[in-house]
Every structure is written in structure tokens, then in C-alpha cells.
Design a protein around this ligand. Sequence first.
Ligand code: SF4
Length: 141
Amino acid sequence: MDLKLKALTKSIWVFHAATSPCNNCDIEILDLLTPRHDVERLGIVLVGSVRQADALLVTGVPNYKTKERLKKLYAQAPKPCLVAAIGGCACGRIIFQESYNSPCAVDEIIPVDVYIPGCPPKPEAMIAGIAKLIKKVRGEK
Ligand code: SF4
């Protein structure tokens, strides 16, 4: 494993990109940071700028406004930038597929590396999803 990949997967810094969710997925992401789950012990740190992020945690169904912003956020992130779609909305738009203001799914805007379904997914599922993401990037089974 090269040094860049080792550094990337040892401590993933994540940026939360909310593309018009109902906020439940966002609250579950915040729960990851509480002492109960304490993901910082695993090297997962929530950062305030996408320019410092290794991965995007995307929640919600993109609408016409957030679609363009998500594109820009991904473009501004240093590469390689990993993407986790969190919640049923980000994974496949669930009940919003036919909505007038839902032009496309997250994976039609930016490449998604891991899907973490649920409405909302539990923090434990998010930790498992991020672990899966790290394994995928490292090429482990
Ligand atoms: S998946 Fe469920 S909880 Fe998450 S943003 Fe969509 S409706 Fe809300």
C-alpha cells in the first residue's frame, strides 16, 4: 500500500454535504460524534471545509439547486475524494423519485463509493459503511 493510500485510510476526514434532507440523517451523523459513538477514536473527523476532506457524506435528495452545489463541492474536494451516500434518499431517492423537484439521484451527479441505506441509517450502520469504504479503497475483501 502506498503512503498516500495508507494516510487516506488511516484517518478519514469527512465533510457533510446535505442535499435537502429531512434532517434525520444529519442528526444521526451528528450522533456519530457524541461520546456514545465517538468516531474520532477511529480517526474519522468531521471537517468544516470540503478542501480539507477525504470523503463526502451525502444526505438527502438533490433538487435543482443542491444538484449544482454538490457538483461544485465534489470539484473543490482534493482527489481522491471518496463518497458515501447516507440514507435512502441519497442512495435511491425512495419516495421522492417522481418528485417535480428531484431531477436525479446522487450517483448521477458524482461517483458514489458506498451506499448506506436506511431512513435514517443508524450510526452503527454508518460506521460499518465507512469501514467498508476503507476496505474497498485498500483493496481488501
Ligand atoms: S433517508 Fe429518511 S431520514 Fe434520511 S433524509 Fe431521507 S427521509 Fe430523511
